[in-house]
Design a binder for this molecule. Structure first.
Ligand code: RB5
Length: 152
């Protein structure tokens, strides 16, 4: 299973650490940058990561910025993406189990690297439960469709 990973300038070191961790867990990684601490714009990274997930080129995505919030806001503008920003592993587990989230956002200025690893591990190792949760996810995706059509 391949994971799309990207960060902005606030999270280069954490991205490298999480990529190594994700690979240790047995996943392959497609790294969308950035590699430098020079100021950049997080939507420019969120978009290609999410397009790779939405296109099925990568199964799941991981985005890291200072808070995780900017990345999650940008990610959720991409059709087919359900991104959750998580600062602890319970939410990361439940957003896979109940929301079928396909992108995780993490804040490098919010959590330390060991907590970030637990969050990522929970996200990557938890399946979607389906059932009644599928009905609710379908409702979210219907909202996305109506928004695109201008009827929401
Ligand atoms: C960059 O300063 C910061 O705004 C960004 O990393 C992120 O936290 C935005 O949500």
């Amino acid at each position: 299973m391949r994971i799309a990973v990207g960060c902005d300038h606030t999270a280069v070191a954490l991205k490298q650490e999480l990529i190594a961790f994700v690979e240790e867990l047995g996943f392959s990684v497609r790294d969308f940058g950035v590699e430098s601490g020079a100021s950049c714009h997080y939507p420019e990274i969120a978009e290609p990561v999410c397009r790779a997930v939405a296109a099925g080129e990568c199964a799941l995505g991981l985005l890291i910025c200072g808070t995780g919030v900017g990345m999650s806001l940008a990610a959720n503008k991409v059709t087919g993406i359900r991104c959750a920003v998580c600062s602890e592993s319970y939410s990361a587990e439940m957003t896979r189990r109940h929301n079928d989230a396909n992108v995780l956002a993490v804040g490098a200025r919010v959590v330390g690297s060991e907590v970030a690893k637990r969050i990522v591990q929970a996200f990557l190792s938890t399946p979607f439960e389906g059932g009644r949760h599928q009905t609710r996810v379908d409702m979210i995706m219907d909202m996305e469709k109506r928004s695109r059509e201008g009827t929401l």
